[in-house]
Design a protein around this ligand. Structure first.
Ligand SMILES: *Cc1c(COP(=O)(O)O)cnc(C)c1O
Length: 361
């Protein structure tokens, strides 16, 4: 049996006719960047989330840069986030000359522990950037409460959580700004790079649209320093098709996750509170001897991943921030024994039976 970590090919085959049609329409139109398909996508995304503005852009990384630029982040500003995330979360902060200030995670959700945020706030703090890791939203009520008390902005790094729900509200509608990614391996992926920024604030939305196109207000009239953060029409076409089936796919991912959690033995399975719906960007377990488990899986043809083996505060690139081993005990502990199993809406029952047998065996 050949098992894929994420079965993108099965998904393409399922929607092939519609996706090919969208792509060919773009090829025939010769309008390759932005344009009507991107506007249609933005309307569809905003409608799906229930948020006022969705601004499509070139990647999740650029979405984070755009959000930070839109709130005027300057060199020397501090942004509070978690060290247990993909590099882009803190990299974008550092890219703008600001300082990522890390806070340890909660051991159940692997998301930022809101109780530890307040102690890290200084007069330079401008924003909090919680990450909704592995598809599960951070405790946004608690994060927003600290932010409100200290007059800080909140940017949800929702690169892994588009479609997730927290207390009846969808990810990307729970903060001043939210950023997602449509990288192919994300729960909702396109066929290249793509992303989006979300907000209910009209002024921020307008600023974001200007910044993502070189700070341009009218053709060759520039009011801001911006970037080339535009989305391709082909990617928008692919996403417009996939979004129609996304809810169905989330339900399938959920069923697969619940089955793993019910049948796996002697491992720590993910915890999702009753008031939350995860989109299962990753299905991660914690195991006693990870090297042995990874080898067993690899020997038996079960692909796995490790998210994330080196916490950000211990990465060479952030050496100058002055963190050391022991600073974030929960992050460090989890990074040593966590691993991800295959997850996609197209994982068959037979494949999942085999994976469970191998992990339990
Ligand atoms: C994937 C990811 C990003 C970056 O998204 P890209 O589209 O790959 O640039 C940012 N943050 C997190 C948590 C991610 O998982």
């Amino acid at each position: 049996m050949k098992i894929n970590f994420i079965d993108l090919q099965a998904q393409y085959q399922r929607y092939k006719e519609e996706i090919d049609k969208e792509i060919h329409e773009v090829l025939d139109s010769s309008g390759y960047i932005m344009g009507p398909k991107v506007s249609e996508l933005e309307a569809n995304l905003a409608n799906f989330v229930g948020v006022k503005h969705a601004i499509a852009c070139s990647s999740g990384t650029d979405a984070l840069i755009l959000a930070l630029m839109a709130i005027g982040i300057q060199p020397g500003d501090e942004i509070i986030t978690t060290p247990f995330t993909f590099i882009a979360t803190a990299e974008t902060i550092a890219f703008l000359g600001a300082k990522p200030v890390f806070v340890d995670i909660d051991e159940q959700s692997y998301n930022i522990d809101p109780a530890l945020i307040e102690a890290k706030i200084t007069d330079k703090t401008k924003a909090i950037m919680p990450v909704s890791l592995f598809g599960q939203i951070s405790d946004m009520d608690a994060v927003n409460a600290v932010a409100k008390k200290h007059n800080l902005k909140v940017i949800e790094d929702a690169a892994q959580s588009f479609g997730a729900v927290y207390k009846d509200v969808k990810s990307c509608n729970l903060s001043d700004l939210a950023c997602t990614s449509f990288f192919p391996a994300k729960p909702l992926g396109c066929y290249g790079d793509g992303g989006a920024v979300f907000t209910n604030d009209d002024t921020l939305a307008e600023t974001l649209r200007i910044i993502l196109n070189h700070g341009q207000t009218k053709r060759y009239v520039h009011s801001h320093v911006g970037i080339n953060g535009r989305l391709d029409a082909i990617q928008a076409g692919v996403l417009n098709v996939k979004l129609k089936y996304y809810d169905e796919e989330i339900t399938k991912r959920e069923a697969i996750a619940h089955r793993y959690s019910a049948d796996l033995k002697n491992v720590i399975v993910p915890h999702v509170p009753d008031n939350s719906r995860s989109v299962w960007a990753q299905y991660c377990i914690r195991v006693k001897d990870r090297d042995a488990m990874l080898k067993k899986c690899s020997d038996k043809g079960v692909p796995t991943g490790v998210y994330y083996p080196i916490p950000l505060h211990l990465q060479e690139v952030f050496h100058a921030l002055g963190y050391k081993e022991g600073d974030f005990p929960i992050t460090e502990e989890v990074s040593k024994d966590i691993m991800a199993l295959p997850m996609s809406a197209f994982l068959s029952e037979e494949e999942q039976n085999y994976i469970i047998e191998v992990v339990n065996g």
